[in-house]
Design a protein around this ligand. Sequence first.
Ligand SMILES: *Cc1c(COP(=O)(O)O)cnc(C)c1O
Length: 232
Amino acid sequence: MHENASARTCVAANRRAAEAALRKAASAAGRDPAEIALCAVSKKQPEPRLQAALDAGQRLFGENRVQEAAGRWAGLKERMPDLRLHLIGPLQTNKAREAVALFDRIETLDREKLAASLARAMDRQGRRIPCCIQVNTGAEPGKSGIAPQVLPEFLARCTETYGLTVDGLMCIPPRTEPAALHFALLARLGARHGLPFLSMGMSGDFETAVRLGATSVRLGTAFFGTRPQTQA
Ligand SMILES: *Cc1c(COP(=O)(O)O)cnc(C)c1O
C-alpha cells in the first residue's frame, strides 16, 4: 500500500520533470516538442510503477524482452487501445511472431534473417508494424546493430526484398565515448536515407539527443527510478 503510494508520487513527478526537460531541450534546439516522443522504458520495473505511469497518462512504453513484455502488457493492451509498445532490445527470430503480435514498433532490426522472420510474421498476422534499423555506430564488437557502411544495402533488402516498413534508426552509443558523436552520425544517416524516426538518447543523455534530432527518447531510470537489481 505504502509502496504503491510512493511509486505513484515518484513516477508522476519524474514524468513531469522529464517532460519539462524535453520541452526545454527542444526549444533550446529550435524544435517543436510535439515531434519528440517520450518512450518510458519499463523493463525490470515493478508493477506498481507501471500502474503509476499509466495513471499519470503515459501511453508509450519500451521493453527489451518479448517474454517479459508479454507477461505484463498483453492483457492491458486489450483493454487500452491507445497503449503503444516499442521493442528496444535484441530480437531472436523464434520470437518474431510474438513480437509482431504485441509490439507497435520494432526498433532493433539488425540482420537479414530477422527481417525475413518479421516479414513472415506480419504477413501471417495481417499486421504491418514499422521498424527501425539498429546501427552499431561505435562499431563495437559483439554489440547489436549493423555497421553504418552497410546501411544502404541492408535497408534496400529490408524494404524491397522483404517489404518491411522501415522509417527510422536506433542506436546505443558506446559508454566510453561522447554520445553526441553517435547521435550526430545517426541523424546524418537518417537524413541521407529518408528515415525520419530517430530513437536515440537515454536517461543520461537525452537532452543531447534532442539537440541532435531525436524523435523518440528512451527513458528508464529518469522516468521510473532505479531498476531493482535482479538475479541473472
Ligand atoms: C534499458 C534501456 C534504456 C533505458 O536506460 P536508462 O538509462 O535507464 O534510461 C534505453 N534504451 C535501451 C535499449 C535499453 O535497453
